[in-house]
Design a protein around this ligand. Structure first.
Ligand SMILES: [Fe+2]
Length: 229
């Protein structure tokens, strides 16, 4: 049986590690995705706290070249991850630099550049300045890697947890949280999602809720039906 404190294989050259996490007091959990590119380099997406054992496990996968903060909210454990892997480049959306001036980013994603990170296609989803979600495509596993743009909180926990999930419309199946939809400039976001659909993904990784390992394109279209025609 796999330990909750070790990396969990998801598909070819991609692993995950979950971590308990509360948002506004609500236990939503969070998840790091670890990817290896075609050159054998390792990329950490949305890092969580890393024990010495996990650090060692990651080091056996290959040299860690980049740590990605995937939006303006997922940055709490980035500095600690950078300490564990000081040679790794630290990337995040441009708006996160203003929020966390203490983080020394190697590079920032914006709406025009760059379009890859360690050879993996990346795209800042337009239309939401508050979130600035950075989507990543991992070709070896055909996985679209997201953080908050889609959530699946289910119907677990106490009444407050279930109410939160219902209000966000993320209780039944993976969906873009309602709050995100309200603050999106829909035309810009739609163009971004159409760009993501050009990536040949079959799986979708999310930070809050079970990863989508089958029929990922259909699940993504359903999750984004509020905007994707
Ligand atoms: Fe999140």
């Amino acid at each position: 049986m796999l330990s909750l404190h070790m990396l969990r294989p998801f598909a070819q050259d991609i692993w995950t590690l979950s971590h308990p996490h509360r948002f506004g007091g609500i236990p939503v959990g969070t998840r790091m995705t670890v990817m290896r590119n075609g050159q054998g380099e390792v990329i950490l997406h949305s890092p969580v706290p890393l024990s010495p054992e996990v650090q060692q496990e990651i080091e056996t996968l290959g040299p860690v070249k980049a740590i990605i903060c995937p939006n303006r909210f997922h940055h709490l454990y980035a500095a600690a991850a950078k300490e564990r892997f000081p040679k790794a480049a630290l990337w995040g959306p441009r708006g996160l630099q203003q929020k966390r001036p203490d983080l020394l980013f190697t590079g920032l994603f914006d709406l025009t550049s760059p379009t890859t990170c360690c050879d993996l296609p990346v795209h800042l989803i337009a239309g939401s300045d508050a979130i600035q979600e950075v989507a990543v495509f991992h070709p070896a596993s055909k996985t679209l890697v997201l953080a908050d743009f889609i959530m699946h909180l289910g119907k677990r926990g106490n009444w407050l947890n279930r109410l939160f999930a219902k209000l966000e419309d993320c209780d039944q199946e993976p969906r873009t949280p309602r709050l995100f939809r309200l603050f999106s400039k829909k035309r810009d976001t739609r163009q971004s999602l159409e760009h993501l659909m050009t990536w040949p993904f079959e799986r979708v990784m999310i930070a809050h809720g079970p990863p989508i390992s089958e029929n990922g394109r259909e699940a993504f279209k359903r999750a984004c039906a509020w905007i994707l025609k």
